[in-house]
Ligand binder design. Structure first.
Ligand code: AMP
Ligand code: ZN
Length: 132
């Protein structure tokens, strides 16, 4: 009897998509400028920043979009919100209320989503910005 596991058993209990750009970034197969990571969350700089500060927060597991979350993800999403505020300041956003930051999660085609792995943009810094 073989003891080898199916390929997906090595990847977060199967919760990765081998064709997904952001799963490849989490796995280190595509390089990124990492801001923060822990067991469940990975945060890195956007490759085409719209604002002086622009990073992306993603779950390490492959969740295609915000349209796919349920009650089991409440803790994960809450921790991402708390990290957004803390890391925005760390990465150079000015403090509230004169400064601040913007969160954005494009969801689905009409929502403008291009990468189908849940991500929350965090943008900030002095204006003008390229977009938004
Ligand atoms: P969207 O799906 O439209 O919300 O945005 C996807 C974002 O991913 C865009 O802002 C891209 O600039 C960004 N992006 C695409 N490829 C990479 C990459 N290799 N590293 C970092 N950010 C990326
Ligand atoms: Zn993915």
């Amino acid at each position: 009897m073989s003891l080898s596991l199916p390929p997906q058993a090595h990847d977060h209990l199967g919760h990765t998509d081998p064709n997904c750009l952001f799963c490849k970034i989490v796995a280190g197969k595509i390089p990124s400028k990492v801001v923060y990571q822990d067991d469940e969350i990975f945060i890195f700089h956007d490759i085409h920043p719209w604002a002086p500060v622009h990073f992306l927060m993603i779950p390490k597991v492959h969740i295609p979009s915000l349209a796919h979350v349920n009650e089991s993800h409440v803790g994960l999403l809450g921790r991402m919100m708390v990290l957004a505020s803390k890391l925005a300041l760390q990465e150079g956003c000015n403090p509230y209320p004169e400064g601040g930051f913007r969160l954005l999660s494009n969801t689905g085609a009409e929502g403008g989503q291009e990468v189908h792995h849940l991500h929350i943009h965090v943008m900030g810094g002095p204006r003008p910005w390229l977009k938004g």
